[in-house]
Design a protein around this ligand. Structure first.
Ligand SMILES: [Zn+2]
Length: 69
């Protein structure tokens, strides 16, 4: 199962959603997206930490959460 990141969960007014296979993939795509779409956002360690904490597991098939493993 992959991971996802909603741009607005990082605190920007943007409906872009990133889907990736793992956290590193998300981080790479987030950096690309920020470069193209949020040129005023710098990928500082602080912002990277915020992005990491906003990454979610993608689509639980049974309960929709993470508790069913
Ligand atoms: Zn965005």
């Amino acid at each position: 199962m992959g991971k996802m990141l909603a741009c607005k969960d990082v605190g920007v007014n943007c409906d872009f959603v990133i889907h990736g296979k793992d956290e590193a993939d998300i981080m790479r795509q987030a950096a690309e997206h920020a470069k193209g779409c949020h040129q005023n956002v710098q990928m500082t360690p602080e912002v990277q930490a915020k992005v990491r904490s906003a990454i979610k597991e993608e689509g639980g098939s049974c309960c929709g959460g993470t508790s069913c493993g």
